[in-house]
Design a protein around this ligand. Structure first.
Ligand code: ZN
Length: 662
């Protein structure tokens, strides 16, 4: 599962020299910092690979509107209206109202819609409805939306569609979620619909509901597929056209085969075809260039079934990949030594391919906020029988790291200089290794017992799955095997990641939560679950300690080996929950450790962060790729430039890649 493993706090390595020539920070507004990333080595790729990437990039950008519409049915109309006002505005651009309007638009762009990408809460505008109505009235008649009143309540009525995805136990998660994946149906109706359709004896089930919107027709639940001729047809046609262009430059027949299969899937919407594509894709590991493009992750579906559209185009970082290849080559050793009930281990871990990649473009649900590691395909049976591809996006982690130098985080939150030094020396490498382990071994490890529904953990499935992968990574980071493999050079290095993880899970990630709110997002819940559980279960032995110093709270880890043991124990339990589909036990863990926030520590974290001016969330603008032609019109090169800013990029994407708006 692609992890939105967004680095929570800054990592603070000084291993790499700061790069002063490259301006990583592009924009800063609200709780967001926009960065840019480098694409090292693109210039050195052969022309065919550059052209392959170029067309895959175009296919990636062509799908942008799909995600916007999936996120909320008003998003596209609202974006068009806001952008028209923004372009048309002729008043004082330094006025308070305009500044607030611009900030709101930047937030909406960043979130691909009206709800915060992480907290899922609707944005609160700081400009007046009067201001916006006046601006809309100044637009040419043909640019004024027909449904202005509705759009105004979408923006200004806090009670209308307040939450993109609601995860609150005991409520109808569909009726209370504002996503456009469901319309006019209730949670019990949708659950009954799929329960009737699912055959639990099917060993190769399709990913039910992955590419459909669920609506009610004549009192019955009906699925509307996303495909050519179906929903999002214009965007999907454009994606398919670019994929066809790209497939001419496929590096080998196996790569061409999966590209053609993806085109077939987009054309038919048939989920069996999607599984065939996933298998072809997972099996192809020789090409340098690779990509995902489709309905992949289901975090934005309250029931965890429908995929949000996304795309990432990338090519292999050959040097750094030797790291993940070592892990991957030893996958069976890690599986056999995993601290779980042997009945839940895989007898044979198949083809976990792992590599370090350089992202060339981020799109859909991976833009501007992006994961730093991806492990696909998601279908459990395909992972079990064909393995999965796991990647770490190192040019992205590097950009995070570079941009965070000297931001004051360590000085404020890390308990002492010795621990700070440990983080300086080892956090960058252990963070990357954590991602490698999480993606290339963690998600792929363990098995579900026969007859157990892969969706048995329902709304808590994502949190528990992320916890399982994180625990696997944490447990093995401290294993002497990593030294033996030459991946770490110091047996204490793992402590850097342990310290940061617990500090983040218990305290610093709370900077992303508004006062009085619960933790909602799956990755944040997972980190809190692990940290709080380890704190409580290590309490008698004082494994983790809260220390007060000059009125500030710090975390001290007194016994790292004991902490590792606790991680192993919790991994065993969460693997059992997944293998047996023990919904109640999973729900209890999440409800007890992952959701509720201590208001005192929360307030303290927010106050201390406020002084640092570190943005809680980061995302990226993409580079711009251009074709170079000679005087005969032949393409001679593809160039890359890093100059484009955040606002120009968003406006350009809306005018050039917007097949679903008029
Ligand atoms: Zn993950």
């Amino acid at each position: 599962m692609a992890t939105g493993l967004l680095i929570a706090a800054a990592s603070t390595s000084t291993i790499m020299a700061a790069d002063n020539d490259f301006n990583y920070v592009v924009d800063r507004f609200a709780d967001i910092e926009v960065l840019r990333y480098k694409v090292p080595d693109f210039e050195n790729l052969p022309l065919n690979q550059k052209l392959l990437i170029y067309h895959l990039n175009e296919a990636a950008l062509a799908g942008r509107d799909i995600l916007w519409d999936q996120n909320n049915k008003y998003n596209l109309a609202l974006r068009t209206m806001l952008e028209n006002v923004y372009r048309n505005f002729s008043g004082d651009k330094n006025s308070k109202e305009f500044k607030a309007f611009e900030k709101y638009l930047k937030q909406v762009w960043f979130a691909n819609g009206i709800h915060h990408h992480y907290s899922m809460d609707k944005f609160t505008p700081e400009f007046s409805e009067t201001f916006l109505r006046e601006q809309v009235a100044k637009l040419p008649k043909d640019k004024q939306p027909a449904n202005t009143d509705t759009l105004m309540s979408v923006i200004f009525d806090p009670a209308f569609m307040p939450k993109k995805v609601n995860q609150a136990e005991g409520q109808d998660l569909i009726l209370t979620s504002a996503t456009n994946i469901y319309e006019g149906v209730t949670q019990p109706e949708v659950e009954a619909y799929y329960a009737a359709m699912k055959d639990t004896t099917d060993l190769t089930p399709i990913s039910y509901g992955l590419n459909t919107r669920k609506v009610k027709v004549n009192g019955k639940v009906v699925e509307q597929p996303y495909k050519i001729g179906g929903l999002y047809s214009d965007a999907i046609s454009r994606i398919v056209n670019e994929l066809k262009e790209a497939s001419q430059y496929a590096e080998n027949p196996a790569q061409k085969a999966y590209m053609d299969k993806l085109i077939e899937f987009y054309t038919t919407g048939d989920l069996k075809t999607f599984d065939e594509y996933s298998i072809l894709w997972a099996d192809e590991t020789n090409a340098r260039v690779d990509f995902i493009n489709g309905f992949i992750e289901s975090y934005d579906d309250p029931l965890g079934m429908t995929g949000s559209w996304e795309s990432i185009v990338n090519f292999k970082n050959n040097e750094a990949s030797s790291r993940t290849e070592k892990l991957s080559a030893n996958a069976q050793w890690f599986e056999d030594h995993s601290p779980i009930n042997p009945a839940f281990r895989k007898d044979k871990v198949k083809g976990v391919s792992a590599k370090v990649i350089t992202a060339a473009i981020l799109a859909g649900d991976s833009y501007p906020a992006t994961p730093i590691g991806i492990n696909l395909p998601n279908a459990n049976w395909i992972r079990a029988s064909h393995g999965s591809k796991s990647v770490t996006l190192e040019n992205i982690t590097q950009a995070y790291d570079e941009a965070s130098h000297g931001n004051g985080f360590n000085e404020e939150f890390v308990i002492d200089a010795e621990t700070g030094k440990l983080l300086d020396d080892y956090l960058f490498i252990t963070d990357n290794l954590h991602t490698d382990l999480h993606e290339c071994l963690g998600h792929g490890s363990g098995k579900i017992l026969p007859g157990v529904d892969p969706d048995a953990l329902k709304a808590h499935g994502s949190t528990l799955e992320e916890a399982r992968a994180d625990l696997f990574a944490l447990y093995y980071l401290a294993d002497p095997k990593l030294i033996e493999l030459g991946l770490l050079d110091n047996p204490d290095a793992y402590k850097a990641e342990y310290y940061k993880y617990i500090l983040n899970g218990l305290m610093t990630q709370l900077m992303r939560i508004e006062p009085g709110k619960d933790v909602e997002e799956a990755h944040m819940r997972n980190r809190k679950l692990i940290s709080e559980w380890a704190y409580e279960h290590g309490k008698d032995a004082n494994v983790i300690e809260y220390v007060k110093n000059n009125g500030k709270t710090y975390i001290r880890i007194n016994d790292y080996p004991a902490l590792r043991k606790l991680f192993g124990e919790l991994l065993g339990e969460i693997q059992r929950i997944k293998s047996e589909g023990d919904y109640e036990a999973g729900r209890d863990l999440v409800e007890k450790y992952a959701v509720k926030v201590d208001p005192a520590i929360h307030k303290e974290v927010l106050d201390r962060y406020a002084h640092l001016n570190i943005a809680p969330y980061k995302g990226f603008v993409n580079p711009v790729y251009s074709l170079v032609k000679d005087s005969n019109g032949n393409i001679t090169d593809v160039t890359i430039s890093y100059e484009e800013g955040y606002v120009p990029q968003m406006l350009r994407y809306s005018s050039d890649y917007s097949p679903l708006t008029d």
